[in-house]
Design a protein around this ligand. Sequence first.
Ligand SMILES: [Zn+2]
Length: 373
Amino acid sequence: MKSSLSLGSVFGIEIGIHYSWLFVFLLVSWSLAYGFFPQQYPGWPGATYWIVGAIASLLLFVSVLIHELAHSLVAKSEGTPVRSITLFIFGGVSNITRESENPKDEFIMAFVGPMSSVVLGVVCGTLWFVSGGFSEQVQAVLVYLAAINLLLAVFNMIPAFPLDGGRVLRALLWWLTNNLRRATQIASQVGQGFAYVLIFGGLLWAFTGNILSGLWLVFIGWFLNSAAEGSYRQMVTQETLKGMHVSDMMYKDVEVVDPEATVRDLVERYILPRNIRALPVVHDSELVGIVTLSDVRDVPQEMWDATRVAEIMTPKENLHVLAPQDDVVQALEALAEQDLNQLPVVDRGNVVGLITRGHIISFLRVRQDLGVK
Ligand SMILES: [Zn+2]
């Protein structure tokens, strides 16, 4: 997930915060300082409510992180690499790089998240119970954490894919049907159905006076709906491209241009006659960058003779260079991550091809329209 702040790494997994999480931190601190704490524990000085609110809000963050770490560590122990965990407005996402190999792994990986929230809730509740007579502030934080962790467990166990409960449901369907695609399709439809219930419920609530809470539900429903749709599409993509390598799908007949060429040369000798949108830039048979139509567009036409390709290209250092034996799924992720339409393919220092997003997408579309893999 882009635009997130890195906090370092735990067990080799990078931890990041998306900026939207800061909004949640303020919202939770504020609602605790003005609502829950003064109602349950009246009589503290005003600033105390804010400090305790902020501490509770930070510990909520730690709770969500532990929940995500539980998923990630199980995934790792099952042999699936986990790149990062990002906390954002609706909680956390573990960036688990591929689907589980079998329904049992998927079931355990999904189930362990809500279970860790239950354990946290029970531990905080027990501490709250035995800490009677202790400082009121500590008790307030403990009772809040007990409640919120149990609530997190319940919400996540709703069988709406891609929530944890939806993943558990999918694992069971997968086990029953022995068909991951069919299982994902059903679980996503249930997820979308639940999202519509949230949206209509939220609207009804908003129109009967609870505007803010109602709109919040609509927002969660809308988010869940697009997440359900997106995860299904991603699964179909991954399955269609499974086992395909960059060399199966790259253009092999690639034109290259020298970094010292002028932009006018680039346009008149390469782009216009051949109708191409991107060229690897090569010097002494080594890749130095890539130049695209949009780089050219940024240069005013009267400057085309005075500007060299080297000045406008994206240098190699800023490119994710692919190898012919890389997975196409990885290539697609690299393209999306850098928001690029094409990447060069390099084998032992030589440019051997070009892979484009458009080509991969039309490959997928043809197969999906025909209903074949
Ligand atoms: Zn979870």
